[in-house]
Design a protein around this ligand. Structure first.
Ligand code: NDP
Length: 478
């Protein structure tokens, strides 16, 4: 196990220290800009504390509408030939109550047992598989947590088992596709259970009490979460498990199952579905290869664990992120060579930007800015901040490479990938584009939240960065 010990001792660019270390660092970094005084920086950062009546009402709407949204996707694919217009017409003609009675996914005992077995299997892999011990991001209360990042091993083992059982004839690989409606219901139920459980645990047995945020509204707390890093014991992290395992490991497995289903129906797999499988595979394997990096993203470092992450990870990821495979298995599309090539180029280009931008941010923090970006010394702003325990820390804001191109170039790469997944499905229906639209909305919201958070955390230094890198996503456009 020694080989798995602490992979990332610099801990994402946040070192304990005083403003002096930031000034000293200028000697080492000719490309560094001098920071403002630490006293001038807001000490309270992290999620907003108090909910307004509007935000609480909005959370209530989202809690209600997420399962409705997933149910409409299910109904459209299952009963209305993938046509949203057909679904809306039935909704109008039959009325909402009759529509949901007629077309909602039905619970199924075998699917529920299968889903429970899936959760337990992933929990066992998460608990017992070896993997590096990685370090997360400094929390607002000053906690720096360790995580066992064994996701790649879990993904490999799960897929190896599925493929082995499938090709040896012990398992029908279309099993997930064939039991989809029961599985969809099981994800809804578990999504609510885990969100409710997290709220109760936050009140009764919090893991890190000072990192909790109470908004004053139960529904807001249920939706946005109270605990930042709920855990069982020292290392069993709810957020890393739920964000990564039951949903993201399942993502490629569901696509594979729908591919098997298409093969069983058509006798071959369409080039559109091969492209979709490739894009899903790239996204998911990249996620697990870089699981250590994921610890320093907004999901892990900023978002508290409630319905948004809980239901999002266990129900929306399997239900929505696989939508192209679900659609193509039922409504196959053969793309022209030119169309397929164009989609492939956009998808690979998007992935290249996404990975490079994410990597540049990580490497600059890991090396304390002592690295080259695009062949030149990394240009950074040293940005001090404080945690609630009164300790001073510092971060580096990269302003060259992709982070000098725009402030969220990684989102541009993500959008290009989401676009290519939709475009792989042709343009017969809007349905397979819902993931693209959803990711567009999620990332637009992320831009807003990330900038508010960084402004609170880094104050004037964040504004200095914004002055220097003026565009959010695409220079000259947005
Ligand atoms: P980022 O990885 O961009 O993380 C944002 C954080 O990085 C900021 O809050 C800040 O945190 C730090 N940061 C901001 N600017 C700089 C800079 N110039 N130099 C160094 N650090 C900086 O965003 P996300 O966590 O939202 O996303 C991570 C990836 O996941 C993205 O590629 C995104 O596209 C993808 N994603 C995918 C989703 C999906 O469902 N498919 C959903 C959401 C995201 P601090 O300083 O505190 O470290």
């Amino acid at each position: 196990m020694a080989a798995y010990e602490v992979q990332n001792s610099y801990a994402n660019g946040h070192v304990n220290g005083t403003i002096n270390s930031a000034i000293n660092a200028n000697v080492k970094h000719p490309s560094v800009q001098v920071s403002e005084k630490l006293d001038e920086i807001e000490q309270i950062w992290g999620r907003r504390t108090k909910a307004t009546w509007f935000s609480a009402f909005f959370c209530f709407l989202l809690v209600t509408l997420c399962p409705v949204f997933l149910t409409i996707i299910f109904a459209t694919l299952e009963h209305f030939d993938g046509s949203i217009l057909g679904t809306l017409t039935a909704f109008r003609e039959e009325g909402s109550l009759r529509f949901f009675i007629n077309y909602s996914p039905r619970p199924d005992f075998n699917a529920a047992v299968g889903y429970l077995a899936w959760l337990l299997f992933q929990a066992l892999l998460y608990t017992f598989l070896p993997g590096p011990l990685s370090t997360g991001q400094m929390t607002p209360a000053g906690n720096l947590l360790k995580y066992r990042t064994n996701g790649l091993n879990a993904w490999l083992l799960t897929h190896a088992l599925f493929l082995t059982l499938g090709f040896s004839g012990f398992l029908d690989m279309a099993i997930i596709a064939n039991n989809w409606q029961g599985l969809v219901v099981a994800t809804y139920v578990y999504g609510f259970i885990i969100s409710g459980f997290s709220l109760v645990k936050a009140h009764l047995a919090p893991s890190h009490p000072k990192d909790r945020k109470f908004s004053g509204s139960m529904i807001f707390d249920f939706f946005a979460g109270v605990e930042l890093n709920p855990r069982f014991g020292d290392l069993w992290d709810f957020k890393l498990f739920h964000n990564g395992r039951p949903g993201i490991v399942a993502w490629t497995l569901i696509s594979l199952s729908y591919t098997a289903s298409q093969y069983q129906t058509l006798g071959y797999v369409t080039n559109s579905l091969i492209l979709v499988d490739l894009f899903h595979l790239m996204y998911v394997v990249d996620f697990f290869i870089n699981e250590d990096w994921y610890l320093r993203t907004i999901d892990m470092a900023h978002d508290h664990f409630g319905y948004m992450l809980g239901f999002g990870s266990v129900a929306i990821v399997p239900g929505l992120y696989t939508i192209q495979a679900q659609y193509l298995a039922r409504y196959p599309v053969d793309l022209s060579t030119l169309h397929a090539l164009a989609v492939l180029v956009i998808g690979l280009g998007g992935y290249a930007i996404f990975r490079a931008a994410n990597h540049q941010k990580d490497v600059v923090r890991q090396t304390n800015g002592q690295c080259d970006i695009w062949g030149k010394k990394a240009e950074v702003i040293i940005a001090p901040y404080k945690t609630a325990d009164g300790q001073s820390h510092e971060s580096l804001l990269l302003c060259s490479g992709w982070w000098g191109f725009s402030r969220h170039a990684n989102y541009l790469g993500d959008m290009m990938q989401a676009f290519s997944m939709g475009a792989a499905c042709g343009n017969n229906h809007l349905m397979p584009w819902l993931y693209t639209l959803f990711i567009g909305a999620v990332l637009a919201n992320r831009v807003r939240r990330c900038e508010a958070r960084c402004s609170g955390k880094y104050g004037q230094n964040w504004r200095k960065y914004c002055d220097r890198v003026q565009y959010r996503i695409l220079p000259g456009v947005i």
